[in-house]
Design a protein. Structure first.
Lengths: 115, 115
DNA sequence: TTAATATATAAGCATATAATTATATGGTGA
DNA sequence: TCACCATATAATTATATGCTTATATATTAA
């Protein structure tokens, strides 16, 4: 793991602004729990697929999440190598778990990832 | 001190967005070190007084800073009673100290607060 | 009271952001 | 190959944000 290079105020502000959106914060919070694919997020957030994609792009651009193609799906996960990983985890400690969202996905047969 | 009630995702996102501005993040970071009055911030950030005032208002509205009038000056400080205090401190741990800004103020005879 | 200083608020403007719809790209399986 | 599904990108639009200028308020001191 890279060391905590978030030690730059301007950069940190940019990260905080990115996490300062309830959809993106929730996404990152979920990914801290389990990986998740785009179509699952679409179901969870009741939002258009492009909107989800654009949020994920921002998170990916700053490096706190990473993507991996699995067949026709693109699976996102937290990037533990990110220079913002430690800060992100510290923030998520102040946010309630969203494990229930994965339960809901499974209940409704919408879970893609088999782990 | 109130307990950590930041445990609400939407509210937390709002806080993060507020801290996701380099001026406000820096303000809070400075206030974690020492209290500071409006005119000092104006000097530090080379920004108009209304701009500074508006940033401080946002921080005050969400409760992470508080104000206290001292004569003709209004002195701001971190609100340790805030429900976001713990989260804020955790975030500031990832931001470098700005003690030098206070030193600069003193050097230039711009320091108001005498503690 | 009046002038000077510090701060807050209001209005206006330029830019940023987040959503939508339409379209493009990429993988799967017949 | 083609049809289908998942995802990404582009263009557009509505709204939010941050700054500026102008003005109001509050305190101090003469």
């Amino acid at each position: 793991m890279k060391e905590d290079k978030s030690q730059d105020l301007k950069e940190t502000a940019i990260l905080l602004k990115l996490l300062g959106d309830k959809t993106r914060l929730s996404m990152v919070n979920m990914l801290a729990e389990q990986e998740c694919c785009v179509c699952e997020f679409v179901e969870i957030f009741q939002m258009s697929q492009p909107a989800i994609s654009q949020h994920l792009r921002k998170l990916r651009d700053i490096g706190i999440v990473k993507e991996q193609r699995k067949g026709q799906w693109v699976v996102y996960s937290l990037n533990t190598e990110s220079e913002y990983y430690l800060l992100t985890k510290d923030i998520l400690n102040h946010v309630p778990s969203e494990r229930d969202k994965f339960v809901w996905l499974e209940k409704n047969g919408l879970r893609i990832i088999c782990n």
